[in-house]
Ligand binder design. Sequence first.
Ligand SMILES: [Fe+2]
Length: 162
Amino acid sequence: MELMHAGLLPESLVIDLPEVDVQHEEIFIRIESLKTACFDIDYDPIGDFESLLSFFVYHFATEERIAQESDLEFSEHIKTHRKGLRVLNKALDDVRSGLRDAYSLLRYIELWFERHINEQDKAFSASLQSPRHCRAFPAQANTSFQDLQVGLAAFCDSRYSA
Ligand SMILES: [Fe+2]
């Protein structure tokens, strides 16, 4: 994954779901850009924070769509997304009202997001890559259950052992 090495997503946070990894990197890029901008005392960060939170909404919807397409139980993960958005929106309100400074919010978002990737998204990716979710395996009519199991195991080995 050359893009990951060249960008702001640490290798340790790559979860091997390209669509999701690219969005994770985009979020880290936006956070770093906001950190730099916040050093300018004339900079008003609220619009960019709102844009970042909108991107979180889009990103969480992407993960939820992938889980749904894969028929994956995702309700606890969705709760974490909803709770995260509530907390981040509350923290942004605190910045708007002067109770919190923008830079501390950025550090908070960064830590929250890194923890979310480590604790939820990595498990999500592992679940998708488990043999149960080898979606491209063609089930065939008139094939015995045992043949299907052997074929599925061979397909999964070839797909995920490389
Ligand atoms: Fe997530």
